[in-house]
Write a protein that binds this ligand. Sequence first.
Ligand SMILES: NC(=O)c1ccc[n+]([C@@H]2O[C@H](COP(=O)([O-])OP(=O)(O)OC[C@H]3O[C@@H](n4cnc5c(N)ncnc54)[C@H](O)[C@@H]3O)[C@@H](O)[C@H]2O)c1
Length: 432
Amino acid sequence: MIAAGPIMSYAANRKGNEKMRVALVGTGIRGVRMFGRELLEDYGQYVDLVGICDQNPGRLKFAREYIQPTVAAFTDLEKMLADTRPEWLIVTTWDWEHHNNIITGMKNGCNIICEKPLTIDEDKAEMILQAQKKYDKEVIVTFNYRWVPHRAKLKELLMNKTIGDLTAVEFHWHITHDHLKRYMQRWHAERNRGGSLWVHKSTHHFDLLNWWLDSDPVEVFAYADLERFGPQGPFRGVNCRNCAHTNECPYHWDITENELLRKLYTDNEHHDGYIRDNCVFRKQIDIYDKHSAIIKYANNVQVNYSLTGDSNYEGFWIALNGTKGRIEGKEGGWHGRDDGQDWHMQLIGRDPEVISVPRAEGGHWGGDPLLMDKIFKDPAQADPLHQSAGTRDGIMSILVGVAARKSADSGKPIRIADLTSIKPQARRPAAT
Ligand SMILES: NC(=O)c1ccc[n+]([C@@H]2O[C@H](COP(=O)([O-])OP(=O)(O)OC[C@H]3O[C@@H](n4cnc5c(N)ncnc54)[C@H](O)[C@@H]3O)[C@@H](O)[C@H]2O)c1
C-alpha cells in the first residue's frame, strides 16, 4: 500500500519540537545551496542535517566546508544511510540517477524528498512506483513552480469554477539564449541523462497543467527539432572557458569567473570528468531546442503547449477557456525582465477584470521559500490548493514529456496509459 500522502503521515507523527533527521545525496549547486546551506540557515531549528553524500570526493569536500564543516560526509550512499539513519533522504543528484537513489533510500528506511524531474523515462518511473508500494515510504517531489503565488491564484480561480468547466488551454513557455545555453553545456543536453527538455524542463510545466486542470493526460502528439545546437553548430571547441572561437561564439561563457562554480565543478573535474561548460555545438547533443505538443486530458480538455528555447523572452503565456469565460495571463518578459503578474478574466456577457497578485520574494518567483516552509517548518500546514506533490504527480508530469519525445521521434500519437501501470483518471486522485 502507498503511504497516506506526501508529508501527511510524517506531519501527523511528528512529536513536539522534534527535529527532522535529513541526509542529502548530490552536492551540486542545487544540493549545496537550497538543500544545504540555505536549509540550515533558514530551517536549522527544525532540521538536523545528519549526512551529505556525493560520488565526487572533491566536490563533497568543498560542499562540507560550504554547508557545515562538522557534517558527516560520504562518497557511498548505503554507508551514509547505515551510519546516520536519517528519516528523510533529499535527492539532488543527476536526473538519470534519481530512481537508484530513491530506491536505495526507501530500502534503507527513508522517506524521500526528490528534486524534479522525478526520473527520466517510463521504466524508471515504474521502478519507483513498485518500490514505493514495497517499502511503503513517503515521497515528496519538490515542484516549487506550484508554490508561486501568481500560479496558486489561478489554481484557486479554477478550483472555484470561476470560468466554469475548462474546455481548451494554450500554454507557451520561452527560454532565453542565456538560459538555454546552460542546458546545452551540461548533461541536460543528452537525452539519456536528462530525458531531453521535454522531461527535464517541461516536467515543471506539465505538472502545472495537470494540477491546474485537475485531470490526467491521456494522449500526446508532438513535433520537436534541434536547429541551432550540437551537430548543427558552425564550429566547435572542447571547453567554453578557453575555446579558440570565443570571439565569434554568441554563447561564450567563462565558468572560472564564478568562484562558487569553480570550487564546486572545475576544481574537481579530474575526479569524474564532469564538465559543466562543454561546447554547445558538441556532436553528442541529441535533445531539441523547439517543442510543440497537443495534449488531450481525461476530462476532455485539449491543450496546445510549446517550449521555445533560444528566445529573447523568458517566461510564459497561458490562456484558459471555460464554459463561463476565459482567463489569460503571463509571467516574465523580454530578456528575462519581469513584466508583471496579473490575470485577465472575462466572463461571458460581463466586463473584463484584472486580478492582481502581489509579487513574492525568494527563489523561483517566490515559490522556493513557500515550498520549504511546508516541508520543513510546518508540514501539518493545511494544503487547500493541493500544492504538495508525490510520486504519482511526479510520474504523470514526466509521462507527458516522455510521450511527447516518443511522438516527436515516431510521428505518432502516444497514449499515457501504455507507458506505466498508472491509468489516467478524469479527476486526479489526491497526491500520493
Ligand atoms: N526545482 C528546480 O527549479 C531545480 C533547479 C535546479 C536543479 N534542480 C534539480 O536538482 C538536481 C541537481 O541539479 P544540479 O544543477 O545541482 O546538478 P549538478 O550536476 O550540478 O549536481 C549533481 C550532483 O550529484 C552528484 N551525483 C550524481 N549522481 C550521484 C550518485 N548516484 N551518488 C552520489 N552523488 C551523485 C554529482 O557528482 C553532482 O555533484 C537535478 O535533478 C535538477 O533537475 C531543480
